[in-house]
Design a protein around this ligand. Structure first.
Ligand code: NAD
Length: 502
């Protein structure tokens, strides 16, 4: 029985975590209702007085200790990720490694990005010192998905903590155990800190909805675009700012001069790893006509040997969320009904929680398999007449999260034409592994950025302080005491300063 079946209505008292490969119950959690949500936020608010007042160096020490604790407990954590999410142990370890990179980057760079600085006051305010300072927001509510249950929410958690905020985190109902494990590791690594610096809430969408309305200072959400829209609408009632990391329908462009073997290898992996349950996974490919046959044959050759499972040899695991299985099957059927051809697999590849790789070619561009997020180990490949058509079709999507370009000579040039948040050139998904690069999308893929300096700024409040250091007689511009002489002088100076561009 799945967690959803155990508690189909958000009113149930408990949430059952199950192994998606076996259906075995892993643990049962009490669902946090609105009262519990408010209590958690109040606890975090109290802790914020301490955490927010620490120096960057002090916070860095605590955050890095948390990273070390996760390393110490990595075997246990990876086993839990494997059991609760289904992904292979090696993939669980890689996910943890990437999360650790971000934890370290956020801790090490918060001071540099957020330190107080003086900025130029400008010619007319020369008697002022202009201070730009960054303050924590206070309490950040974070709602996460289940597909990368450590890495993905950590893109908000580590950066929010490093910017001096306390965090109230509601993990997905499909990764409750993992979310609690990660927060507990923070508390274990930092016993001297007050309770409430980083706390979790357990539950379904209703618990998340209560967190949105709880009075947090910012709500960082990662999940589907549909839920993102609901969260933004609910947050609008209190003008709570939101950071939304939503879905994608990412394309790979394979140009005529691409290294075809490398492109096929990356597409095969990017489309099926993690059972295709990757927000920035490869869902569409646009390949130049001159190399299409060779490319498609190579993708098919690689994926023919790739099999899902739960054993040590499996390339990827089961579908984590049972309801997604029907969506994947529907997209495959829809593609075939609309003129597409399966060169590998088909509807029969959907075998219970496991889905074998499916490669679809020449699928109608208006079908769900091309327009909607499939979130399964499938890929559509379309032959195009050249780079211009590939760029046009890539940009046509309502999503705009990641993308990739394979070209020996024009990689950067093509990348710059894509209307998306992130692009890998001659690789896939690499931007997500580089901590200094911000991650996020455009259009229905979301609002705002996690990771890198922009990821720290998302969780900070700029505080501008204009300090008058001395007065200039007669030059009191922000006062009724300014003189006619001053205004005459300004009328002479303004054209000199602003009116000389030709
Ligand atoms: P989802 O939208 O179903 O759920 C995400 C979270 O929102 C869960 O914790 C859920 O309990 C909560 N939630 C549901 N309804 C809510 C409501 N009304 N108010 C507040 N919270 C609510 O998404 P999912 O199935 O968990 O995750 C898969 C989706 O996440 C895919 O679309 C994927 O592309 C996206 N994703 C995006 C990124 C990114 O960084 N852009 C990363 C990973 C996953």
């Amino acid at each position: 029985m799945t967690a959803t079946e155990t508690a189909p209505l958000d009113q149930a008292d408990t949430l059952t975590s199950v192994n998606p490969a076996t259906g075995e119950t892993l643990a049962t959690y009490r669902i946090d209702d609105e009262t519990a949500v408010r209590a958690a936020v109040a606890k975090a608010r109290t802790a914020a007085a301490t955490w927010g007042a620490l120096t960057h160096a002090e916070r860095k020490k605590h955050i890095l200790r948390w990273g070390s604790k996760l390393v110490e407990k990595s075997d246990e954590l990876c086993e839990l990720i494997h059991a609760e999410n289904g992904k292979p142990l090696d993939d669980a370890f890689l996910e943890l490694m990437l999360a650790l990179e971000h934890i370290k980057w956020a801790a090490n760079n918060a001071e540099k990005v957020l330190k107080s600085r003086k900025v130029s006051p400008g010619a007319f305010m020369a008697n002022f010192a202009a201070h730009l300072e960054y303050r924590p927001l206070g309490v950040v509510g974070i709602i996460g998905p289940w597909n990368y249950p450590v890495y993905t929410p950590n893109g908000s958690i580590a950066y929010a903590l490093a910017a001096g905020n306390c965090v109230v985190f509601k993990p997905s109902e499909f990764s409750t155990g993992i979310g609690n494990f990660v927060a507990k590791a923070f508390a274990e690594a930092n016993p001297e800190l007050p309770d409430g610096v980083f706390v979790t809430l357990n539950g379904f969408g209703a618990t998340g909805a209560a967190l949105v309305k709880s009075g947090v200072d910012k709500l960082a959400f990662t999940g589907s675009s549909a839920t993102g829209k609901k969260i933004m609408a609910a947050a609008a009632e209190t003008l709570t700012p939101v950071l939304l990391e939503c879905g994608g329908k990412d394309a790979v462009i394979v140009a005529a001069d691409a290294d075809i073997k490398a492109a096929a290898d990356a597409v095969a992996w990017g489309a099926t790893a993690n059972s295709g349950q990757t927000c920035a996974g490869v869902e569409r490919v646009y390949v130049d006509r001159s190399v299409a046959d060779e490319f498609i044959a190579e993708v098919k050759r690689i994926l023919t040997d790739i099999k899902p499972g739960s054993d040590a040899k499996a390339s990827y695991g089961p579908m984590t969320m049972p309801s997604q299985i029907d969506i994947v099957r529907r997209h495959i059927e829809d593609a075939l009904e609309n003129g597409g051809k399966a060169v590998l697999g088909g509807p029969e590849s959907v075998k219970g929680p496991y889905i074998d790789p499916v490669v679809l070619v020449d699928v109608d561009e208006s079908s769900d398999a091309v327009c909607e997020e499939t979130f399964g180990p499938t890929v559509t490949i379309r032959t195009v007449s050249g780079v211009d058509e590939a760029v046009e079709l890539t940009n046509k999507s309502k999503y705009g999260l990641g993308s990739a370009v394979y070209s020996k000579k024009q990689g950067m040039e093509i990348a710059r034409r894509l209307e998306v948040g992130c692009t890998s050139v001659n690789s896939v998904l690499s931007y997500a592994a580089i901590s200094a690069l911000p991650f996020g999308g455009v259009r229905e893929s979301g609002i705002g950025r996690i990771h890198g300096a922009p990821g720290l700024l998302e969780f900070s409040r700029p505080h501008s302080i204009a300090e008058q250091r001395f007065t200039i007689p007669g030059m009191a511009l922000l006062s009724y005491s300014r003189t006619d002489r001053t205004m005459k002088l300004l009328r002479k100076i303004v054209p000199f300063v602003h009116g000389r561009a030709k």
